[in-house]
Design a protein. Sequence first.
Length: 563
Amino acid sequence: MKFESLPNEIFLECLQYFDGLQIFHSFDQLNSRFNRLIRTIPLYVNFDEIKQCLFDKFCQTILLNPEIKQTIIYLKLSNDKIYQQIENFFSLFSLNEFLHLRSLSLFGIYNGKVQQIQSNLSYILDLHYFHCTTYSDSKFLITSALTKSKIEILNLRKFTLNSTDIYETMSLTSLTVYECTLNDICHLFKYTPMLKYLEITKFCKSEITNNELDITNTNVGQLKKLIIHYSEVKFEEIELLLKCLSNLNIFSIRSHEITIIDAARWQYLIENSLPHLHIFKFNFSYSAYDSSDEKLSKIRKFQTDFWQKQHQWYTINEIDQSSASVYTIPNISRVYTLGSTTKIYENSLVNNSTIFNNVTSLYLVPKAIGNNSLSYFRNVKSLRLSRELIFFNNDDEEEEEKTYECDISRTHINNLHRIVNLSCITYLEVGSGFHLSSCLLTKILQKLSNVNSLEIPKPVLISYLENRQLCKILNKKIKKLYIPSYSSRFGCQHIKLNQIDWLYKAFSNLEQLKCSIKNIQCLVSLLEKFSQLSRLTIVNTNAQIKSWINTNASTFNVHFDTF
């Protein structure tokens, strides 16, 4: 049976698995039947990660077929990939035209559009999910326009105490916030009795003392899951928060605060205040210059019967020269540093091969290769080869920093697969001051079958470009290049006009570039030379460059970012 012979019901069922852009790109104008059907189904439209030409084409389709606006229930717009995508979209359409929208995500709103979006949000009464990041502090203005909506899932950067009452009119069940304090949360809880999920990226210290915190009259009996990606508060504040959450089922936290590493206090809190806690994931570490035995004595207390037999919360102990860590298996951290002094202690009660399954970014000191049999990173996408960095105390008990540069050898490269699943790596960084010859970089790139991104200092990169074999590999593999901009003591790091040709020699297929540019003529030459470039990020931008981009960006099919 041919696809076009399928009855409408099955065809429509299949289309539920496709994005709205894919549907129109594949079936629009194919025949009158498909034209009619795709204009009546609910559409999920995600403009993130698409090219400018596809964005323009679909916007034109909506303009010619305005009924499509009534079928869009999911809309995601982002200024991160296409320059001023949100601004361009809302110059063609008003948000209040999408009356059946249930999910809206806006990434990187510029100041000029905040007020326009705010004025239109109140018309979208069916909105259940809202995510917004802005390039200003105007998040509250946008959020305050949602009081008439049916918002259940909200993603914010931060909220202020004078805005928490706006959540009272919503029916929030899920909230994600980038930054907040315990005082913020206590106020929020008064207006979100239906909240079941709370995710905090950075849990900050409160500006007032614990005795002044208002934790009374909170109504959070529905909260089942709490995730804190990084906490800088002491144990006392965590304790105050968790005592309000007696029905909590799932809790995840990462912290470098030394008071957090107290197994006895955690056990007492869990036994007396968290009777329903089933899943507890944590990563606790602290700076320590005492002996290995003293470090282990502190962190091994998380391996008693209460943790391992009663709750099956199995942990790994880890120490190096300047720190100690204890974390549940698998480690919840996505970023990990493996140094030459890192020592990981096996847990005999559990399969240790899954310890680093969550790690996607690895900082690796070559000397560590072969020293840690338990360290295998199967899901790493970003590999950063770095120098040894060691902290120690001098005679005056003042902390000093000392680096030990360690060249990478062929033996290290040959054994690299014992540490990392090389087939997953797409991003390679060569750290500043790292000793790596062009021949060895060639060998590494040959082993990384799927690498497409490279970060490398300009002086190092220049020294490599006489190696023809390396240039050939770079041209074939590397689509994204980041040339970091360091302080003046490292020399001139910005790209000069006479260096465009040698850059093109090794990266003629470049699609994304991040670097420092100080001269307009250099910028124009670069844009003309690299015809496949779709994204250009300029760091340490001067006013002259910014002015030129604001005037001329629309004439190039390139997304510009400036910092």
